[in-house]
Design a protein around this ligand. Structure first.
Ligand SMILES: Cc1ncc(COP(=O)(O)O)c(C=O)c1O
Length: 460
């Protein structure tokens, strides 16, 4: 019997507990089911087409429907669908991919450790950091400093590093030893009139005071996204990393760059670290690594850290960490084909070029809009933050769900942006063109005007 779209919706409603979704609401409502996609567009089971200005969840960098990637996965599935990488075993795609990533990586990376998600990879980073300091005979040096507003995943360690209260409430998190310093959100967090540079200096000072308060011999690592995605696309203020990195170096604190969103071309460079001139000790990557075609993530490990891990073998024997699917051949085949596709199509360059058009268009069109507090972004990642009172800089109460309302209006108009807090975010596939951007901006403008009218009518 054919499975009808309605039956799929009903099965999902009845049996599926969804991530980051109200369990109670989902039990009542029918989900939108996506069934196909091509380039920057996806299609749902009711036949509606959408421009996916979010590339799924910030990940389908190569766009939908790339037969190059699908074919590489299918060919590998026929040849060898699985072989593990424990105990020194290898498979061809993951070996080739590791080498490719070391070549592509920012800074001085020499090894790659594979996982299947950004969360797993950030968990792995915590274990790598602990192991590193244990081998160096610094057993107290274990605390991890992250930032408010950060998103580093949903596992116990990932959520502990994430700086979002709603991810901690109800789960008894963060775990001990995870600290958070201030968010680099200049618009909301800088005192009135403070320049971006002075704000950066104050954040570096806060970081230093935190390290001194905790004791430098207890602080192991600092983790940061080059641009905070899930916080609402928070771009660091001018001079931020230049101010932060010397503090880390001064107190021998490892720097983990969480490139899960920024990596693979999103900012118009291969890595956010390239864009900001960073040389992290460890890099987390996922999402754009395979453009989401198959789950995969990777920790990129610098020569400095690798050298210590190597020494650890004498004391600890095998590096007792890994996942059944570390270096999965299908995922690695997808990643290799994806990297080939991104390179051959010049998608990183396209992200820089079309990204500058997106940034300029969003600012031209919305920076002065009465409902818009700030437009932010770099390359093909952007956020438009809504405020209740622009002059008084008064945010909307989150409980009003204003960004979610605009999201629904835009969905009905065939455009997918993502509402996070009061911000609508954009992170389209890197194949997007200037004309596509114009259409996205125009649809967004119509939606924003409609929301403005609705809110005025409700006030009247
Ligand atoms: C910066 C960052 N790190 C980590 C993660 C977690 O990745 P995953 O959902 O694949 O576990 C995300 C997911 O959005 C992310 O944005």
């Amino acid at each position: 019997m054919p499975v009808t779209p309605a039956a799929v919706q009903e099965a999902d409603r009845r049996a599926h507990l969804h991530p980051f979704t109200s369990a109670a609401d989902h039990a009542e409502a029918l989900p939108r089911v996506m069934v196909g996609g091509e380039g920057i567009r996806v299609r749902d089971s009711a036949g509606h087409e959408y421009v996916d200005a979010m590339a799924g969840l910030w990940c389908v960098n190569a766009g939908y429907g790339r037969s190059e990637i699908a074919d590489a996965v299918a060919a590998q599935a026929r040849r060898l669908p699985y072989y593990h990488t424990f105990s020194g075993m290898a498979n061809e795609p993951s070996a080739r991919l590791a080498e490719r990533l070391v070549e592509l990586a920012p800074g001085d990376m020499s090894k790659v450790f594979f996982g299947s998600s950004g969360s797993e990879t950030n968990d792995t980073q915590v274990k790598v950091v602990r192991y590193y300091h244990n081998v160096l005979g610094q057993p107290r040096k274990k605390k991890i400093i992250a930032r408010k507003g950060a998103y580093h995943g949903a596992t116990l360690a990932g959520a502990s590093m994430s700086g979002m209260a709603h991810m901690h409430r109800g789960f008894d998190l963060p775990l001990a030893g995870f600290l958070h310093v201030g968010s680099p959100h200049h618009y909301w967090q800088a005192p009135e009139g403070m320049s971006e540079r002075d704000f950066s200096a104050s954040l570096a000072d806060e970081l230093e005071q935190t390290i001194l308060r905790e004791g430098p011999d207890t602080v192991a690592a600092f983790i940061a996204e080059p641009i905070q995605g899930a916080a609402g696309v928070v771009v660091p203020p001018e001079g931020y990393f230049e101010a932060i990195v010397p503090v880390l170096r001064k107190y021998d604190v490892l720097f983990i760059a969480d490139e899960v969103i920024c990596g693979f071309g999103r900012l118009g460079r291969w890595w956010g670290s390239d864009y900001y001139g960073l040389e992290p000790d460890l890099v987390s990557t996922a999402k754009g690594l395979t453009s989401g075609y198959v789950p995969m993530s990777a920790c990129l490990i610098s020569s400095k850290v690798w050298e210590v891990l190597r020494q650890g073998s004498a004391e600890y024997g095998p590096f007792a960490h890994g996942y059944t699917y570390s270096g999965h051949p299908l995922a690695a085949a997808a990643a290799l084909a994806n990297i080939d596709f991104i390179s051959a199509e010049g998608l990183v360059e396209n992200a820089a070029d079309v990204g500058s058009h997106l940034q300029a268009s969003l600012r031209d069109e919305f920076a002065d809009h009465p409902l818009v507090g700030e437009v932010r972004g770099v390359g093909l990642i952007a956020g438009v933050e809504l405020v209740e009172d622009k002059a008084a800089k008064k945010p909307f109460e989150l409980s009003r769900g204003v960004a979610r309302r605009l999201h629904e209006i835009l969905m009905d108009a065939g455009l997918i942006c993502r509402p996070v807090f009061n911000t609508l975010t954009f992170s389209p596939p890197l194949v997007i063109t200037r004309d596509d951007v114009d259409a996205v901006v125009s649809t967004f403008a119509t939606g924003l005007d409609r929301l403005t009218d609705e809110l005025s009518a409700e006030r009247a």
